[in-house]
Design a protein around this ligand. Structure first.
Ligand SMILES: *Cc1c(COP(=O)(O)O)cnc(C)c1O
Length: 355
């Protein structure tokens, strides 16, 4: 008989049901591939790679570039396979038996899974009825529980909620455990916690290339933290964990990041347009978003999701998930895709509203 570790068997599975959607707006991805000018450079560089060597200069070049851009030292940066790897390792490093981890709810579903994987005690912190984070209560929860790690997602997934920098600073100032700020969507929002990072040596900023930079397939993320944190947490990563293909791709993408500014602006304006259109339907509640997606609530969300799926539009429906009942999250796709989506929602709502 195979004897698995007890905690693995009861783990939930990261539930992504994928199929060949005509319009895929369910995973907060960027619906555009590399800009042609970036693609050309990436392909050129890939063709000259030393596939036979372990990664070295490729990952160094990316890390040094990031350090220079953020005005930090190379040793303040850890690269990873998506910010997922950063998050998992931080839960592993600061969690463990009898260690408590506070994270918001509803928020990124993986926090709970990483807490369980690392054998930590989960302390989910409830966002208020508008999905806002009450910083004072959050601080009290962290301190009353003597937590070892506090995590926030700014702006928050899947609700889209902006968290003011003043609130993040209030938390940083008033807790003394490790404090991870997951900034997966920060490029769509405003000010980053990087502005105050140098004042708080327990603050760890997690970033990704998957969303604004459309590199979800390459799996590249990183964290910025005090050198003592990167030195100690760096020990739990596998050697050469970031492969050269991804490192080189992200290196070029970051060098050419100005090419992404119009796209990011476009995704933001599409997000706002989707929110405005949905708001016109009185049966739908729309939550303010500082990301590249919109969360909506509708009492016929389950039916709407089915209807959309049947016509090939993939959105993220939360079904009966706690605090997200009847909620659907839709990421901002291309303009035409969004038009098709909104037309479909309108059709569904019109035929399902009793006079
Ligand atoms: C998408 C996402 C991530 C991580 O994405 P990676 O592709 O692993 O970099 C992390 N946090 C949140 C909240 C996300 O939505």
């Amino acid at each position: 008989m195979l004897k698995y570790r007890a905690e693995i068997k009861k783990l939930p599975t990261y539930d992504v049901i994928e199929r060949d959607w005509n319009i895929k707006i369910n995973a907060n991805e960027c619906n555009m591939n590399l800009p042609p000018i970036v693609e050309e450079r990436v392909m050129g560089r890939l063709s000259r790679l030393a596939f036979n060597r372990y990664p070295n200069t490729e990952t160094e070049s990316l890390a040094e570039q990031l350090a220079a851009a953020y005005h930090v030292q190379r040793r303040n940066i850890l690269l990873a396979n998506g910010s997922s790897e950063i998050l998992e390792k931080m839960f592993f490093c600061f969690g463990g038996r009898n260690h408590k981890i506070v994270y918001p709810q509803p928020s990124f579903s993986m926090y709970k899974i990483y807490a369980e994987l690392s054998n930590s005690i989960s302390i989910p912190f409830d966002l208020d009825e508008n999905y806002c984070l009450d910083a004072e209560k959050f601080v009290a929860t962290v301190n009353d529980n003597k937590a070892h790690l506090a995590v926030i997602c700014a702006p928050n997934n899947p609700t889209g909620t902006h968290i003011p920098l003043a609130d993040i600073e209030y938390i940083a100032k008033n807790i003394n455990c490790a404090f991870v700020v997951d900034e997966a969507y920060i490029e769509f929002d405003g000010r980053s916690a990087m502005e105050i990072w140098h004042k708080y040596p327990h603050m760890i900023i997690a970033r990704t290339f998957s969303k604004a930079y459309g590199l979800a397939g390459a799996r590249v993320g990183y964290m910025i933290a005090d050198e003592k944190i990167t030195e100690i947490t760096g020990k739990v990563f596998m050697p050469y964990h970031l492969n050269i293909l991804s490192a080189v791709t992200a290196d070029i993408v970051y060098q050419m990041r100005h090419e992404y500014e119009p796209r990011i602006a476009m995704m933001r304006s599409e997000r706002d347009r989707i929110a405005e259109q949905l708001k016109k339907m009185s049966v739908i509640q729309v939550y303010p978003s500082a990301t590249n997606f919109v969360l909506m609530k509708y009492d016929k969300a389950v039916g709407l999701n089915e209807y959309l799926a049947n016509i090939g539009i993939g959105v993220r429906s939360f079904g009966d998930a706690p605090r997200l009942k009847n909620c659907i999250r839709v990421s901002a796709g291309l303009r035409e895709e969004n038009d098709t989506f909104m037309k479909a929602v309108k059709d569904f709502v019109e035929t399902h509203t009793e006079e």
